[in-house]
Design a protein around this ligand. Sequence first.
Ligand SMILES: CCC(=O)SCCNC(=O)CCNC(=O)[C@H](O)C(C)(C)COP(=O)(O)OP(=O)(O)OC[C@H]1O[C@@H](n2cnc3c(N)ncnc32)[C@H](O)[C@@H]1OP(=O)(O)O
Length: 336
Amino acid sequence: MLFTLHCALSDYEVFTNEADNVRMMSILRTLIISMANFIMKIVPKMLNLLVPRRFLACAFSSSCQPDLGAIRRELDKFEGGTVDLKMDEQSGVAVMTLNNPLRLNSMTGRMMVDMADCITRLENWPSGKGLILTGTGGNFCSGGDLTFVRKALHYGAEMAAFQHDALTRLLNLPLISVALLQGHTLGGGAELATACDYRVISPSAKVGFVQIKMGLTTGWGATTRLVHLLGRQKAISLLTSGKVMAAEEALNEGLVDHVLPYSLASSDELGECKKWLIANYCKHDADLIQATKKSVIYADLNRDIKVSLQHERDVFAKYWGGPAQKAALSANIKHK
Ligand SMILES: CCC(=O)SCCNC(=O)CCNC(=O)[C@H](O)C(C)(C)COP(=O)(O)OP(=O)(O)OC[C@H]1O[C@@H](n2cnc3c(N)ncnc32)[C@H](O)[C@@H]1OP(=O)(O)O
């Protein structure tokens, strides 16, 4: 580049006499191209020195996909607690339980991996209708396990990518899901609750997006889900206040859908929640429930009304004239 500059300047002295405008323009063009090439070469090198390589790769590559397998192997090293799944074939309702009771079911890396595996099993459960997400020992979840959090301070973006994938899959299960909020539901715990279709709360429970008080924003996708669920204003209010709400306030805010009666022992609340789920959403045929939920997800993700209606028609045509409709017609049902 310096060589080009030198040649260009010496040429300039010669040309002042000849006033050869055409050659002057050509020299100027060479100069500009050389400078541009120089900048294009040096800027990425400087950025490479200043910013970690993995961030650059993500920021500049349009094909950047997090390697979930590698993240999973890393998260699995942060032990403590489990997430357990029971699938009841008879009722079609599964119970997924956060199990880290000494730390109020706060989530370790291992639990995140467990939960992702449970979700994979639920994605492939054709006779399933519903899911209850609950915590053991009278608490839902007090957020990220702070022992894990302290060890994983270098691993936030990766953990968030893993949780975004798992919790989006949870939200989009073809089952009707409900989070049973008991005791404490804080931070990441409140985020988990927003990855279910509904939230049922114990009258003595408390729930809050306390991330802001921990110097954080949401890492497990709750901001995106809250805006869909409650709209911008309420999302801003819950997330920026970090307020911890009692059951009635959470109901008034629209965050929860049902408050359980006061009369129940904590151990009976799971049974009551199951009754609520079945009575409201899981009475009918599993195949129809799954088809309905899938259509709702499709409509939500494809806001183009024509595309969504076409899909709805296709699903409808599959059931029209089918055995379930014929059985219902024969039964001569009165919908009183
Ligand atoms: C991913 C980003 C996030 O989730 S940010 C939010 C992280 N969560 C928190 O900061 C919650 C911190 N914990 C608390 O505020 C209190 O423990 C709450 C939940 C209010 C319960 O208070 P209290 O009923 O008095 O119980 P306690 O404090 O004695 O707790 C019992 C034992 O559980 C533990 N615990 C609780 N939460 C966590 C957590 N998130 N991570 C790790 N451990 C947790 C407490 O340390 C306590 O343990 P220990 O009995 O002292 O050994």
